[in-house]
Design a protein around this ligand. Structure first.
Ligand code: PAF
Length: 280
């Protein structure tokens, strides 16, 4: 497995692969890898001839009071996992490589970027869209792989790729959960034993709502209220949002139907966690 630090080298590698008639998959990550990331790697390996994974803790997607400095950096362990899973290239640029000193160009997906996590974390999706656009332009992959856990991010990136007519297919893989239901996240490492238990309220709330929805309940207000009741039983956890939205636009909807996203975000002490399900 080759570790690449510059955009020029990454582009040269990708072009070489594609000139040989092979396809390139890209798995963008911020490192601190878990089974959720590895499921993306496996999906990429399953449908692309050569796979690059990026590891870059992107400063522009963190707000001033967020966890950029604290974000777990586990580069050697990440590389070992990626190598075991057969990744060909790890792209691990320095911040200056992704953001040339003095650079002032950003990608803004207007509207969507201010909804859900974008509302609670102003500027977050501008940072995500900018870095993912840079990665796509650098790696020129045939397919790029993202997790459904970050469902609002997926909506923003799908819109960006469509609006900019970027020649890449976005592939979205299902949420990977711990055996007790907690959605896997690099931020789960912040939780102590007590908080880890409290965090289960997110998946409990989603299970309750999914049960009602499977039983025929379609009213968003009723489902949101049901989730709220589950959260109320775990007062240590502070709800950020409970939302029923169209997955493409992130606009609220009144009725659950195909293509609707039921998403929750909540703080377990200082750790912000998200989870969701999509109505097919
Ligand atoms: O989902 C993530 O880990 C990040 O938002 C991403 C897509 C790698 C951009 O930094």
């Amino acid at each position: 497995m080759r570790v690449i630090r510059t955009i020029a080298e990454l582009r040269a590698w990708s072009r070489e692969v594609r000139i040989a008639g092979k396809s390139v998959g890209l798995v963008p990550t911020m490192g601190a890898l878990h089974e959720g990331h590895l499921s993306l790697v496996r999906a990429a390996k399953g449908s692309c001839d050569a796979v690059a994974a990026s590891i870059f803790v992107n400063p522009t997607q963190f707000g001033p009071n967020e966890d950029f400095a604290l974000y777990p950096r586990t580069f050697d362990a990440d590389c070992a996992l990626l190598e075991t899973d057969g990744v060909d290239v790890v792209f691990a640029p320095a911040p200056d490589e992704m953001y040339r000193p003095g650079s002032t160009t950003f990608v803004e997906v207007a509207g969507l970027s201010e909804r859900l996590d974008g509302k609670s974390r102003p500027g977050h999706f501008r940072g995500v869209a900018t870095v993912v656009a840079k990665l796509l332009i650098a790696a020129e992959p045939d397919r790029a792989f993202f997790g459904q856990k970050d469902a609002a991010q997926v909506a923003v990136l799908r819109r960006m790729v469509a609006d900019l007519a970027l020649p890449v297919e976005l592939v979205v893989s299902p949420i990977v959960r711990e055996t007790d239901g907690l959605a896997m996240s690099s931020r789960n490492r912040y939780l102590n034993a007590e908080e880890r238990k409290q965090a289960l309220v997110l998946s409990r709330a989603l299970n309750a709502v999914q049960g009602l929805s499977l039983g025929g309940e379609t009213r968003a207000s009723v489902l949101i209220e049901a989730a709220r009741r589950v959260f109320a039983a775990e007062p240590a956890v502070r709800v950020d949002y409970i939302a029923v939205v169209d997955w493409a636009t992130l606009e609220p909807v009144d009725e659950i139907r195909g293509g609707v996203l039921f998403a929750v975000a909540a703080y377990v002490r200082k750790t912000r966690l998200i989870d969701n399900f999509v109505v097919e």
